[in-house]
Write a protein that binds this ligand. Structure first.
Ligand SMILES: *Cc1c(COP(=O)(O)O)cnc(C)c1O
Length: 235
């Protein structure tokens, strides 16, 4: 779908404010950051993060042409999305929150992409679903670039072994890497580290950048930016 939300809303939508206006503004900033860094238009996809926002708010974004959304909780996504999907069949839903292994079955049924494959037990649970014949979402491995003890994700030093286990032990195809930089540090070094790790391991996908820093992430190669509050407002 590229940047067509831009043409759908245009400059008026941007000035009008509201969800459609803020969505248009974010799309515009994404397009500018791509152009500034010499990357092709459409090289970074906007994952519109709708967690905690009600279906009516999501519908405004859908009406403005947005089709790619991110949610953090399986239960919330299950409650919100089947009805929205009935009206907008071409929606792509991304899981960006921590995923419990006992929710793997529901998650593979609901989501098209999982950004938070962050430990061996989850890889095993997803592999079990694949063996049952489930269609597997595209998978991103979450990397704990700041090596924060309280944060989910594979430590950079363990990434090679984890990717190998995903492939050889579990038969899973990994499409890319994802990170959430430490809140108290400038994000760019973490984005650069994630990009370097993806290059080293031959992975195309880079899920990085949120409302406060998606332009920096795009400059450093993000293919997916996860933006919530800049579009829907404060949570
Ligand atoms: C909530 C969330 C986002 C969106 O954050 P904003 O700052 O609202 O843009 C992005 N990624 C993850 C993993 C999140 O949990």
């Amino acid at each position: 779908m590229g940047e067509d939300g831009e043409t759908a809303s245009g400059a008026d939508g941007r000035q009008a404010g509201g969800i459609a206006g803020r969505l248009a503004a974010v799309r515009h900033e994404i397009a500018r950051a791509l152009a500034d860094s010499g990357r092709p238009a459409g090289a970074a996809q906007l994952v519109c993060v709708s967690k905690t926002f009600p279906a009516e708010a999501v519908r405004e974004a859908l009406d403005a042409g947005q089709r790619v959304f991110g949610e953090n909780y399986v239960q919330e996504a299950k409650a919100k999305w089947p009805a929205l999907r009935a009206d907008f069949a071409d929606v792509e839903l991304h899981m960006i929150g921590p995923l419990q292994s006992n929710k793997a079955r529901e998650a593979v049924a609901l989501f098209d992409v999982i950004h938070t494959l962050d430990r061996p037990s989850l890889a095993a649970a997803l592999a079990a679903e694949a063996r049952r014949g489930a269609r597997m979402p595209r998978l991103f491995v979450q990397v704990n670039t700041g090596e924060e003890p309280q944060k989910a994700g594979i430590a950079p030093a363990d990434l090679g072994a984890f990717l190998q286990a995903c492939r050889d032990q579990h038969g899973l195809t990994v499409s890319g890497l994802m990170c959430i930089p430490p809140a108290d540090q400038p994000p760019s070094p973490h984005f650069a580290l994630l990009a370097k790790l993806a290059r080293e391991h031959g992975l195309q996908g880079l899920s990085m950048g949120m409302s406060a820093d998606f332009e920096q992430a795009i400059m450093l190669g993000a293919t997916h930016v996860r933006v919530g509050s800049a579009i829907f407002g404060a949570r």
